[in-house]
Structure formats: structure tokens, C-alpha cells
Design a protein around this ligand. Structure first.
Ligand code: BES
Ligand code: ZN
Ligand code: ZN
Length: 487
């Protein structure tokens, strides 16, 4: 997909915005005036009025003008709302299935608004075709031109930076959408390697190395599968960098539940159980390509949680990297086991980290607590968490703070090991967070992002969010790194 400052003229669809308080109230066009004449403008206003627009979010009209050009008019909210603009632009892109080019002439007040429009337009035009028969391929936008209006001075630079970020969100969506027989731990690494910029170094631990070096969590989860586990480590170290962050993402390429086998319905979406791993990979690539002055290490423990004669049994005791033992009471609580290994390793490898953030589709309880579109943030440092929440808000991703109540910790005690991998059922998301906390030094700022709900959209597409892989957390992590680098 190519994004540029361009007007494709009358031969391509034109996207504009409009505002009105309610049905029947005066309409204002939010469109770059140079995109049409005053005669065309009054024609458009009339067409919108006749189609009884009310100005609600998600509302749009497609109108063909007298010259046969398709106009997509999207409703914008009365007050400035960046996420609203992002979603409106995404709605426009999704309605333009069948077109290869379009001009977005939504007028923008400032560079933040313009960035939101570019992001929404590019993210909304996503399609995953790789596994479709060639006959059915739907055409999707290949070139998007933007006409934000004269107030936006550095439009080309904004487009370029947004393009880098969007490209990674799209890559992450692709990884999530790939079928699990294709996207094994090994294939995940191959695909990452192919898209890695020169400034990011890569290191992989094989199954044999993981076993001999004491990564008991990743080994225990991966040992039931014919597709052996891996630990992927990516590292970006720019010359000018004052801060260091580590990201750790859960990379279960398929979660059957292991010997605690999931019912068929609960298993359907489990190819998305590597969304955290994909997100940290996408973020580090975006950060490197944006040349942000901050050191990042991204860790992706990768394994397939399968059922076989070699699968981990409920009541097996394993040793996490670093020496803590865990009684695996439920092999379906596997994410925390692979994350524990990777968290310990991440903290061991990089001295003087300013913080570590893990990202995981960790619990069904997350979805029960916050629904399908809001992710949870837990952690051991209020300031670090608030900083992240601010960044996420600006990035346009919905995260909400959650506690780690001390009284739940005792439920993870085991009579035979240092810890059990499950505890009290009520507040299961928080219990999982408390489990992970055991593997991070208390004085190191740490955040745990549970993205079980928002990472995969099993319902209708909405705004700039397609069905399937969402690419959730890439934008927040990247923007948080940007803010941290300069603070
Ligand atoms: N991958 C699942 C969590 C999940 C569920 C993600 C639904 C997305 C949608 C995780 O490995 C899991 O199975 N967790 C268990 C933990 C329980 C056994 C303590 C769960 O949430 O049921
Ligand atoms: Zn599981
Ligand atoms: Zn899982």
C-alpha cells in the first residue's frame, strides 16, 4: 500500500467529512476546499441533507456525483476527537472495497488530526488474502492520496512516520491471521527475520538449548508438540539512547489447552494466542524504523500447547529459568509459564532496564472483566502505569488499570513447589498478574498487559478494526517508547 500527498482527481473516489449535531441540524463539510468548486459543495450539502444524516459516529453516506465520481462522506463528532477521526477514516476505507485508489480530503486542523486520518484510512484498508483462492481476491485500496488542507505543513513527513507504524500493525495482523499449522514457532521466526531492519539484531534459542539451559516453562509447554518451541530475542540499540525498555510477548502459536483440553468452541480463536509476541515484534521494528533514541529488547517465547504422550501432565513440577519451581495444575494456564522464563531472562540480559512490559492473551477472565475491546494493565509501579495509559490513550488503544490484590497471592501457593500455576478462580486475570510478578524484581518498573479480548475480533468489523487479528498494543508500545525516549 502506498500513501502520499496526492489528489487522484475525478477518476478515483473522494472521502470527505461532515458534522451536524442531530438529524435536520445544519451540516458543515469537513473537507479540503480545493477538492471541489462551490457549486459542487452546495450539491454535496443538498445530497447529504436529502439522505437525512444525523452526524452520529460510524455514520457515512456514499453518493455518486453528476460526473459519476463516488463520494464517501463520513460523520465526525462535534468536538475534536482523534480516535473518532481515526475510526471515521477507517469506515471510509472499509466501504471502498473494490477500489484501488482513493483521495482522502478530510480537512485537518493540526498534525495530530492528520495523523489520525492517515492511520485510520490505512488501517481500515487491511485485507488478509494469503490463503484465498486466486479467483476470489477482493480488490483493496493500494494507493491512498491525502489532501488535508493548507494548514498541515509537514504532511509528507507525517505520512511517512505513520506508514512505518501502520505497516507493522498490518504485519502483526497477518501473523495472527495465519493458520496455526503454517505459523509454527519456527515459521514465526522465519517471517520475522525476513522483515527485520538492519538495526535490529536477532537471536534464537532452539528447543535443545532451551532444555539444556534451564528454560523449564517454555520446554514444558512446547514438549507436547511436533513443532518444537523457541525463544526469540530481538535487540535494537541506537547510538544515542538514554533509556532501555524490554518487551516480552506471549507466543503460543496454538493453544489447545494441553491435557486440560479446551472445548471446540473455546479453541476456535486460539491461533491468536501469539498476539502478544507478534505485538512486541511489530513494536520493536516500528521503533527501529522510526529511529527512536531508546534501546529496546523484545522477547518472544514461542510454543504450541498440544496434547500428546509427551505433553505436560497436571501435577508435573517444572523449574522456571532462574530456579523457581512451579506445579502445573492446569496445562491450559500455559502463557504465564513461558512468560516467566522470558521475563527472568530479559531482566538478566539487560542491565539497568528502565522498565519491562509483558503483553499476553493471558486469561479468559480479562474478557469477562473488561469486555472484548478494552485491555487490562497491571503492574508494580503507579507512575510507570500512568505513563503507559497516557501513551495508549494518545495512540487510540483502550487500556484500563487493574489491581494486583495481595490477598489473592496466597491462592498460588503449592504444597509441593514454590508456586502453583493456577489459584483462586474469581479475579483470574489478577491472579495471573500476581503469578508473573513473582518473576520480576520488585524494584524494576513492570507492566503486564492482558489483551485477550481486544487482540482478535470475532465479530463485525468496526472503525479501522477488521475481522480477525487486530494488531492490538503495537501502537501503544511504540508511542510509549517514543514518550519514554524523550522524557
Ligand atoms: N489463551 C488462553 C486465554 C484466552 C482465552 C485468550 C480466551 C483469548 C481468549 C489462556 O492460555 C488460558 O487458557 N487461560 C485459562 C487460565 C485458567 C486455566 C486459569 C483461562 O483463562 O481459562
Ligand atoms: Zn491456555
Ligand atoms: Zn493461552
Amino acid at each position: 500500500m502506498k500513501l502520499s500527498v496526492e489528489d487522484f482527481g475525478k477518476t478515483a473516489p473522494l472521502v470527505i467529512g461532515y458534522r451536524c449535531a442531530r438529524e435536520g441540524s445544519p451540516i458543515t463539510l469537513v473537507a479540503n476546499a480545493s477538492s471541489f468548486t462551490s457549486k459542487e459543495e452546495s450539491w454535496l450539502m443538498k445530497a447529504l441533507r436529502n439522505s437525512r444524516v444525523a452526524g452520529k459516529s460510524n455514520e457515512f453516506r456514499t453518493i455518486t456525483n453528476p460526473e459519476g465520481q463516488l463520494i464517501v462522506a463520513v460523520a465526525l463528532s462535534q468536538k475534536s476527537d482523534l480516535e473518532g477521526m481515526r475510526r471515521a477514516a477507517g469506515v471510509a476505507s472499509r466501504t471502498l472495497i473494490g477500489y484501488k485508489r482513493a483521495t482522502f480530503a478530510i480537512a485537518c486542523k493540526d498534525s495530530n488530526e492528520f495523523r489520525a486520518v492517515v492511520e485510520g484510512a490505512a488501517l481500515g484498508a487491511y485485507h488478509f488474502h494469503q490463503f484465498k483462492g486466486t479467483d476470489e481476491l477482493p480488490v483493496s485500496l493500494e494507493k491512498i492520496g491525502f489532501q488535508p488542507g493548507r494548514t498541515i505543513k509537514n504532511a509528507q513527513a507525517i505520512i511517512r512516520r505513520t506508514e512505518i507504524l501502520v505497516e507493522q500493525v498490518r504485519f502483526v495482523r497477518d501473523l495472527i491471521n495465519m493458520p496455526p499449522s503454517y505459523l509454527t514457532p519456527e515459521r514465526f521466526i522465519t517471517l520475522v527475520k525476513e522483515s527485520l531492519p538492519k538495526t535490529v539484531r536477532m537471536n534464537v534459542k532452539t528447543h535443545t538449548q532451551l532444555k539444556s539451559e534451564g528454560y523449564g516453562g517454555i520446554t514444558a509447554v512446547g514438549q507436547g508438540s511436533a513443532n518444537p518451541p523457541r525463544l526469540l530475542h530481538l535487540s535494537y540499540k541506537p547510538t544515542k539512547s538514554k533509556k532501555k525498555l524490554a518487551f516480552v510477548g506471549k507466543g503460543i502459536t496454538f493453544d489447545t489447552g494441553g491435557l486440560a483440553l479446551k472445548p471446540a468452541q473455546g479453541m476456535e480463536a486460539m491461533k491468536s494466542d501469539m498476539s502478544g509476541a507478534a505485538a512486541v515484534v511489530g513494536a520493536i521494528i516500528a521503533i527501529a524504523e522510526l529511529k527512536l533514541p531508546i534501546s529496546i529488547d523484545a522477547w518472544a517465547p514461542l510454543a504450541e500447547n498440544m496434547v500428546s504422550e509427551s505433553a505436560t501432565r497436571p501435577s508435573d513440577i517444572i523449574t522456571i529459568y532462574g530456579g523457581k519451581t512451579v506445579e502445573v495444575l492446569n496445562p491450559d494456564a500455559e502463557g504465564r509459564l513461558i512468560l516467566a522464563d522470558a521475563l527472568v531472562r530479559a531482566v538478566e540480559v539487560t542491565k539497568d532496564l528502565d522498565g519491562v512490559i509483558d503483553v499476553a492473551t493471558l486469561t479468559g477472565a480479562q474478557i469477562v472483566a473488561l469486555g472484548k475491546r478494552t485491555a487490562a494493565v497491571m503492574g508494580n509501579n503507579d507512575q510507570f502505569r500512568e505513563g503507559f495509559l497516557d501513551a495508549a490513550q494518545t495512540a487510540g488503544e483502550s487500556f484500563w488499570p487493574m489491581p494486583l490484590p495481595e490477598e489473592l497471592r496466597a491462592s498460588l501457593d503449592s504444597p509441593v513447589a514454590d508456586l502453583a500455576n493456577i489459584g483462586e478462580r474469581m479475579g483470574g486475570m489478577l491472579v495471573a498478574g500476581l503469578f508473573l510478578r513473582e518473576f520480576v524484581p520488585a524494584d524494576l518498573p513492570w507492566l503486564h498487559l492482558d489483551i485477550a479480548g481486544p487482540s482478535f475480533n470475532e465479530e463485525q468489523p468496526h472503525g479501522y478494526t477488521p475481522v480477525g487479528g487486530v494488531g492490538f498494543a503495537v501502537r501503544s508500545l511504540t508511542y510509549f517508547a517514543e514518550v519514554t525516549a524523550t522524557s
